[in-house]
Design a protein around this ligand. Structure first.
Ligand SMILES: NC(=O)c1ccc[n+]([C@@H]2O[C@H](COP(=O)([O-])OP(=O)(O)OC[C@H]3O[C@@H](n4cnc5c(N)ncnc54)[C@H](OP(=O)(O)O)[C@@H]3O)[C@@H](O)[C@H]2O)c1
Length: 251
């Protein structure tokens, strides 16, 4: 007792896409509390408000990860705010549940533009700023290895991210940069209520609980600590995916 480091991230510069809400915000809080300087991104005013809540070590950059000009602007801003990046969390994502036979081209394109293209170009545009020994962490999903109904496009996009973590690991290895993925199972962030009505969301949640070995949702903190571990402490790990899912994809 007494000699625990309360600012383990005090010299760390961090970027979290989608850091203004849900799991990304919980991660931002953990890292800012631990002394990091954090840039969060998102499209909405809520993201800017979130940065004010986080305090003076957080900056919000408004932008859409599916827009390459926005990502160029993000890279410029990160360079001026942080100089270099020690941890990049590629976390922004949307979920749309839709049966495959009624999925529209519009929904297909939107989901893959944000969840896949956005992730790919986030890394490409920010890679020049990554420091030696930096960690990149993708947020994938348990859905990428489970055949769940109404999630084919979302799951395929997350499987693409899981694959990207491997390929980017190889390409960034010469610079000493590790690339991993954290794969959440159900974390109760309210993401479901954004895409389903109350009753449908309740039914979906009940099914998710019934299917989960631990019979509960994961907490925001459980996600945040796993993501931070991959970025900063898993120094002999690259190309891996770490499940934070109550055993859903393992048992
Ligand atoms: N919650 C779960 O159970 C769960 C499970 C597995 C995987 N995941 C994944 O975890 C990640 C975070 O999910 P969450 O539950 O925390 O979701 P959330 O509460 O809806 O937060 C998503 C964040 O992403 C941002 N975002 C969305 N589209 C964006 C875009 N085009 N450009 C920039 N930012 C964008 C949002 O900000 P703006 O609205 O301001 O753009 C928001 O800050 C996602 O990749 C999701 O697929 C979640």
């Amino acid at each position: 007792m007494g000699d625990e480091d309360v600012t383990p991230y005090s010299d760390k510069n961090v970027v979290i896409t989608g850091g203004g809400a849900g799991m990304g915000f919980a991660l931002a809080e953990l890292l800012v509390d631990g002394g990091a300087r954090v840039v969060i991104t998102g499209r909405s005013q809520a993201t800017l408000d979130a940065a004010r809540h986080l305090g003076e070590n957080a900056v919000a950059v408004r932008g859409d990860v599916a827009s390459l000009p926005d990502l160029d602007a993000l890279a410029d801003r990160v360079k001026s705010e942080l100089g270099s990046i020690d941890a990049l969390f590629v976390n922004a994502g949307i979920a749309r549940t839709t049966p495959f036979d009624s999925t529209t081209e519009e929904v297909f394109d939107e989901m893959l533009a944000i969840n896949v293209k956005g992730a790919f170009f986030t890394v490409q545009k920010l890679a020049p700023l990554l420091s030696t020994g930096a960690g990149v962490v993708f947020t994938t999903s348990a859905a990428n290895v489970i055949g769940m109904r109404d999630t084919s496009v979302y799951a395929a996009g997350k499987a693409a991210l899981r694959s990207m973590a491997r390929s980017f690991s190889r390409e960034l290895l010469p610079r000493g940069i590790r690339v991993n993925a954290v794969s959440p199972g159900p974390i109760d962030t309210g993401i479901l209520e954004k895409v389903m009505t109350g009753e449908a969301a309740e039914q979906f949640k009940a099914q998710v609980l019934a299917d989960n070995p631990m019979q509960r949702f994961g907490t925001l903190d459980e996600f945040a600590r796993a993501a931070a571990f991959l970025a900063f402490e898993a120094t002999y790990t690259t190309g891996a995916e770490f499940a934070v899912d109550g055993g859903r994809t393992q048992l």
